[in-house]
Design a binder for this molecule. Structure first.
Ligand code: ADP
Ligand code: MG
Length: 306
């Protein structure tokens, strides 16, 4: 069965400068059991799409269903199937961690939930914080509570909106171990993230969103193969010749040049030699998801695929 179905979803916000269309007919289906990644730069519309899915915001046009339940017409049942970890840290400062999780259980009509709450606290490294007041927690700890809160009713579909933004390595690892385990047990996962290496490692299928349109939608391995390319990477202090500068992705001293094949790599190296650019730590690697992302986002011709 289809876990989440977005059908031609558009969203227009009124703004002081007139209407602003954040989503333009987004269509995509996520099947049960998938680990699905929704990627895109800031402002692409990821959070808007998730807010519509969670019933926090209404689509201007189109329809969204969760396991067949319309998120508007059948809000309660759709919401019950979802565990949503919001991008913003929102919490009630008057309660401690366990109280927060009990309250959330009550909200979903789940009684006697302490065994599962204990398991959540344990799995998310929160066991020793159960009686700490929400106010006293660090940002990373609050984030863990938000994840636990989203999971109190064991939702079949878990939605995480940038769960690791500004989060330390330890939490990222704890979180991904736990979410990967839930996915293996059959939970569907929908993730938005800025960390492309996380998406590459975790997601079986990926949609890329640009200015409110789906501009890529495929399995992670197909996307990687579609790049069909290598990257010549090196360090230098010298300015690049103009022909290479146009192609290069430069981060400090590190230069990365895409190349389709060995001949193109030779060509790049020859151009560097002719320009007298001294390079260190030269390596050739396969294109990764970040390379694919940059290519898709950078191409003016990026047409909506769905
Ligand atoms: N309530 C709102 N009113 C007006 N514009 C909004 C509102 N919410 C989001 N937007 C705009 O919609 C676009 C998409 O935002 P968002 O969904 O938050 O993107 P993302 O999560 O991909 O960074 C942005 O240009 C943002 O400024
Ligand atoms: Mg967002």
């Amino acid at each position: 069965m289809t876990a989440v179905s977005f059908q031609s979803v558009s969203k227009t916000f009124p703004t002081p400068r007139g209407p602003f269309q954040a989503l333009h007919g987004v269509s995509l289906d996520i099947e049960e059991g998938e680990f699905f990644g929704l990627l895109g730069p800031n402002g692409a519309g990821k959070t808007t799409l998730i807010s519509i899915l969670a019933g926090l915001s209404r689509a201007t046009q189109g329809r969204v269903t969760v396991l067949g339940h319309d998120v508007q017409a059948d809000f309660a049942r759709a919401r019950q199937c979802l565990g949503v970890v919001p991008q913003e840290l929102v919490f009630d400062p008057f309660f401690n961690v366990r109280e927060t999780l009990r309250l959330q259980s009550g909200y979903f009509g789940v009684k006697n939930n302490d065994a599962w709450i204990d398991e959540l606290l344990e799995s998310l490294g929160l066991a020793d914080k159960a009686t700490a007041n929400m106010r006293q927690l660090s940002g990373g700890m609050k984030r863990r509570v938000l994840v636990a809160q989203a999971l109190v009713h064991k939702p079949p579909i878990i939605v995480l909106d940038e769960p690791t933004a500004g989060v330390d390595v330890e939490l990222r690892q704890t979180l991904w171990q736990f979410i990967a385990r839930l996915n293996k047990q059959g939970h569907t996962v929908l993730l938005t993230t800025h960390y492309l290496e996380e998406a590459e490692a975790l997601c079986g299928r990926i949609a890329m969103l640009k200015n409110g349109r789906v501009v890529a939608l495929d399995s992670t391995s197909e996307l990687l193969q579609s790049a069909n390319a290598s990257v010549l990477q090196f360090k230098t202090d010298a300015p690049l010749p103009a022909a290479l500068a146009r192609l290069a992705r430069v981060t400090g001293r590190i230069v990365q040049l895409p190349a389709h094949d060995a001949a193109e790599i030779e060509h790049h190296l020859a151009a560097l030699r002719e320009a007298g650019v001294a390079s260190e730590d030269v390596e050739i690697r396969r294109a990764d998801l970040e390379d694919v992302f940059i290519k898709v986002m950078g191409s003016e011709a990026a047409e909506a695929v769905a």
